[in-house]
Design a protein around this ligand. Structure first.
Ligand SMILES: CC(C)(COP(=O)(O)OP(=O)(O)OC[C@H]1O[C@@H](n2cnc3c(N)ncnc32)[C@H](O)[C@@H]1OP(=O)(O)O)[C@@H](O)C(=O)NCCC(=O)NCCS
Length: 114
């Protein structure tokens, strides 16, 4: 979670998390039960200023620290966020309707935050 300000003036700018799914009840970006899927959102007024990148780098670090070897996500092919994910090492590994399923390998050195 990304916050700005202090005390009662604190405002949330965005949040990112990952969770595992099962093959029986998969997420949109499901690869396998050992690969958590991430989700992210930044409030509209704070987009394009690096908040999403900072959240993703922290999340990748957390996933690596928790022992995961990869993360997945699902993104519409036309979503400009695609470039952000590619920059952080996510590569397309499949499709789900109009969306790419993307995967980042956390075991190599190619992804930011390592
Ligand atoms: C995608 C999102 C989390 C990125 O967060 P952010 O704080 O804007 O990201 P950053 O400032 O670190 O990086 C900006 C990158 O995100 C992309 N982006 C996506 N939507 C954007 C928006 N509305 N405004 C600005 N940049 C956006 C830009 O293309 C940019 O990449 P570029 O530098 O290669 O052009 C945020 O824009 C968002 O919440 N969008 C709406 C919800 C959404 O699409 N979530 C992802 C679903 S898979």
């Amino acid at each position: 979670m990304a916050l700005i300000g202090e005390g009662r003036d604190t405002r949330m700018l965005g949040a990112a998390w990952y969770r595992r799914f099962s093959a029986e009840v998969p997420g949109y970006g499901f690869i396998d039960a050992d690969t958590p899927e991430l989700a992210i959102g930044v409030v509209a007024v704070a987009r394009g200023q690096g908040v999403g990148s900072a959240l993703l780098v922290a999340l990748v670090d957390a996933a690596r620290h928790d022992g995961y070897r990869a993360l997945s996500l699902s993104v519409e092919r036309t979503n400009p966020a695609l470039r952000l994910y590619q920059r952080l090492g996510f590569v397309p590994v499949g499709t789900n309707g109009d969306a790419w399923t993307m995967r980042a390998d956390l075991t190599g050195r190619s992804i930011l935050g390592s």
